[in-house]
Design a protein around this ligand. Sequence first.
Ligand code: SF4
Ligand code: SF4
Length: 470
Amino acid sequence: MYNVNSSKAEEFISHEEVLKTLDYAEKNKNNIELINKILEKAKLRKGLNHREASVLLACELEDKNKEIFELAKQIKHEVYGNRIVLFAPLYLSNYCVNGCVYCPYHYQNKHIPRKKLTQEEIIKEVTALEDMGHRRIAIELGEDPVNNPIDYVLESIKTIYSVKHKNGAIRRVNVNIAATTVENYKKLHEADIGTYILFQETYHKESYERLHPKGPKHNYAYHTEAMDRAIEGGIKDVSIGVLFGLELYKYEFAALLMHSEHLEAKFGFGPHAISVPRIRKADDIDPNTFDNGIDDNTFLKIAACIRVANPFAGMIISTRETKECRTRLLDLGISQISGGSKTSVGGYAEKEKEDSSQFDISDTRSLDEIVGWLIENGHIPSFCTSCYRSGRVGADFMKYTKAEQIHNFCTPNALMTLDEYLEDYASQRTKLLGQKLIKREVAKMQPSAIKDALAKNLELITSGSRDLRF
Ligand code: SF4
Ligand code: SF4
């Protein structure tokens, strides 16, 4: 029985409700009257429920699909402006006791070398990331109670925050570890993490159990209810996502929105961000063995429909996607991308070995190239980490976002952190492009106290001050 408020995975992601939603969407996919009504609702920026959004996803009418894409662009522009936040993953350990069939770190894979970074090696990795200009990272570890216990994770977070190399510092550590207990989430919260990230992979219980044949991750309910425990443990920013390609995308889409609705109903705030990874080739993994792969156009439609249905959750894509696909996705609502990423353990400080990556990267450009490319495409690359450091998290963060006041913080913070990046890390070419962009963006701002303060801060950055924020 479907119950959005239930604490049980099989009730808030009711299989029956997903199937009814798919049926409803299929029957109404060309129902112009209903689609117009849904689009009118979406224009109010109040979001859509999973049934309404599924009708848009299923829609086959060309002119209505154009409207959906246009609306996604408008919402992206109004809520996020032209800012794109940058981050990098940091792989700490590829030891894992799980048997996920789509991931090369599964315990049966004997081809890849297993590695867990020592604290000294973490310092080297973080130094390399700081030398690139990164400020925000997401740590990634396999699940292994012996090799990667919670104490190792906590010690590593402490080490990461402690590395201050030249003008560099990692100011926000997001954490992607396996589903765990409320007690461990409390510890992560106390360690000052930014967002807790956990991808569902697939919401389809039967497929989930088949794709996760061994290890603690096999337990669908424990995994699906993890975000509830994380929030109970005090973490306010959580990030959800599915791995598109494992199951039918329409099923995943409806269930993903049901998960978001559940968090909103139970805790008063939805996910801070939604990730949309697609399955990629990797050692021991051939994506062609999964027959639910989606093409670029379907992927773009999914991104547009998520943006329209959930205007206030950030949306994240990784370097799994090609430059071409990322360029198109940015306009449709993506607010965060990774740049200059290495997906192997120890990949930043040492040359990455191909056989130890978690997945193949499609966008292999350096961070400097990504920053330059974003600027040339009219975006403001942002290294901002201000909100969680200023206590704007969870429901409080959503309050600002929904009132569309987050702009007041985001643009000045984006410009200041970009300016820091240009001063300390950029190539000459990127620096020139960035400085022109900053001038243009400041000129566009209406006169205000914040504009005056921003102008002063930009001068201070030129003369050596760092970490200024609103
Ligand atoms: Fe382990 Fe995560 Fe890979 Fe599964 S997806 S095998 S849990 S590292
Ligand atoms: Fe993100 Fe807050 Fe910075 Fe805006 S001000 S970019 S919402 S951290």
